[in-house]
Design a protein around this ligand. Structure first.
Ligand code: BMP
Length: 224
């Protein structure tokens, strides 16, 4: 179970549930454009349909009180929340982490990103980001499937953290590339959702992950 389907547009009722039941699909990640267009009620209905890992991805980057009020409507409905690491600890990630801990929810910090522009600021800042990760102690980190070397580096640095890797499919990485480098989950959006049959597309991506893992000698994935 190593595939997280990224919902960046609202989907029809029932589809999230079908996707979550595809073998190999671990859960869904709801992005800001989907939540803005679908609304909080839609996002909660997605969470009710899917009994896998449910992640809210608003890439939070603000002071803690604002991040707290952003996540509050989703607490009790979603399992994990993604925030940027560059906002730092005091007055920002410390408060968010405490809130999520007290609500029984998980924090995921972006370590670096999958697009080319991540080389401008995020990549050179990786040593600083790693220090933030050490201090905040999130459940998981985001690392790019497009650059599996960085996934390996972060896996070595943080053996106990769950690694979520976007960039498979539309951004060019092949299914399994990040899993073979040490990620627990690959996040896949458009190459599943922008097809005529997202359920079948998810099945195909999950099967491709399995084949890649078999050939790189990867073991059970989808840690938590
Ligand atoms: P797609 O498979 O369509 O490229 O979507 C990737 C998903 O992963 C999007 O929801 C995006 O917000 C997210 N993502 C990313 O692409 N790169 C990152 O570095 C971090 C992300 O969360």
């Amino acid at each position: 179970m190593a595939l997280l389907v990224a919902l960046d547009k609202p989907v029809e009722p029932g589809l999230a549930g079908l996707l979550c039941r595809v073998p190999g699909v671990a859960g869904v990640k709801v992005g800001l454009p989907a939540a803005l267009r679908g609304g909080i009620g839609w996002a909660r209905s997605v969470a009710r349909e899917c009994d896998g890992l449910r992640v809210v991805d608003f890439k939070l980057a603000d002071i803690s009180s604002v991040m707290a009020s952003t996540v509050e409507p989703f607490l009790g409905h979603y399992d994990a929340f993604i925030a940027h690491s560059f906002v730092g600890v005091e007055g920002a990630l410390d408060g968010l982490k405490s809130l999520l801990d007290s609500a029984g929810a998980k924090l995921v910090l972006v370590a670096t990103m999958s697009h080319e522009g991540a080389r401008d600021v995020y990549d050179p800042s990786l040593p600083l980001v790693e220090r933030v990760v050490e201090r905040v102690d999130p459940w998981g980190i985001v690392a790019p499937a497009t650059r599996p070397g960085l996934v390996s580096r972060l896996r070595g640095r943080f053996p106990g953290k769950v690694i979520l890797s976007p960039g498979v499919g539309a951004q060019g990485a092949r299914p399994g590339a990040a899993l073979c480098a040490g990620a627990d989950y690959e996040i896949v959006g458009r190459s599943i959702m922008d097809t005529g049959d997202p359920v079948e597309a998810a099945r195909l991506v999950a099967a491709a992950q399995e084949r890649a893992l078999a050939s790189c000698g990867g073991g059970a994935v989808g840690g938590g």
